[in-house]
Design a protein around this ligand. Structure first.
Ligand code: 2HA
Ligand code: ZN
Length: 270
């Protein structure tokens, strides 16, 4: 067996954690990522018959039985993932009872998965229903998006409209818009269920006063969604109270949608 730390997915995952830390998105133990892996990814690296230990999930994930996830650990810092992946990350399989994670690699200090793992798994379940190639759930605390959530109305429509109008690219990258939750206690099954409910329609979910979720078929895609929202939120925060005299209008957005043949949320434009 080859060293898991030399696998393409661990290297890419760890690099992304470093990048997100450097962007200032993941202070201390902020943020978490989970990445759906397949037998084919594991076969050269892990003996999947050897379970290191079992960790209760705290909810029923029967839709994901037998699926493998590479995931960040609770209390672990993004800053440190690349230096020591086997301590900060774990590879888990959802056991055939649907209630337990089987640790196959990592969490070498006896640690466990991120406190947001229920929200991740519930989101994986919903996204797999609409996108069979779905693989990544990413949660992070980007500065401008968080800041904007303190001062902007929190409806899917209003938040999406404003972000769409901060950069022409936004409606092209996420024509499906942004789902916005009310303030909720993080780390609970309740916020997990509310996030997953939004994931039926959206690939981006805002947790006001806290951070954001992005999903994708690849790490790059999930990251790119969050990066694009964050850039638009930076523009919004930089404009501040000043009067916008050259806006992106609803008509402009409709022209973009027509040109790029976007299946966008039509009810979000006037
Ligand atoms: O993992 O970001 O939401 C730490 C968090 C909790
Ligand atoms: Zn968080």
């Amino acid at each position: 067996m080859k060293d898991v730390r030399t696998s393409e997915y661990v290297i890419e995952f760890a690099r992304m954690a470093t990048n997100m830390y450097r962007l200032g998105w993941d202070e201390r133990n902020g943020g978490n990522i989970s990445y759906l892996l397949y037998e084919d990814d594991l076969k050269d690296y892990i003996d999947t018959t050897k379970v290191i230990r079992e960790i209760p999930l705290g909810f029923d994930a029967k839709e994901l039985i037998g699926k493998y996830f590479l995931v960040t650990g609770t209390g672990k810092y993004f800053k440190n993932v690349e230096r020591d992946p086997a301590y900060n990350l774990g590879i888990l399989r959802i056991k055939n009872d649907g209630l337990t994670a089987e640790l196959l690699w990592g969490f070498e200090d006896g640690g466990r998965f991120t406190s947001e793992f229920p929200a991740h798994l519930m989101s994986h379940i919903e996204r797999l229903k609409v996108e069979p190639n779905h693989r990544v759930v990413l949660h992070t605390h980007p500065l401008a998006t968080m800041s904007m959530s303190f001062i902007h109305p929190l409806s899917d429509r209003e938040f999406t409209r404003t972000i769409w109008k901060m950069n022409n690219e936004c409606i092209v990258v996420f024509p499906d818009g942004i789902g916005v939750l009310p303030w909720m206690v993080c780390g609970t099954n309740e916020i997990g269920m509310a996030t997953a409910e939004k994931m039926k329609d959206y690939r981006i979910v805002l947790w006001p006063n806290h951070g954001i979720y992005g999903v994708g078929t690849t790490l790059d895609e999930a990251f790119g969604l969050v990066e694009t929202v964050e850039k638009a939120a930076q523009v919004y925060m930089m404009i501040g109270e000043r009067k916008v005299i050259n806006p992106i209008t609803d008509e402009n957005l409709k022209d973009l949608a027509a040109f790029f043949k976007l299946n966008y949320r039509k009810d979000f434009l006037d």
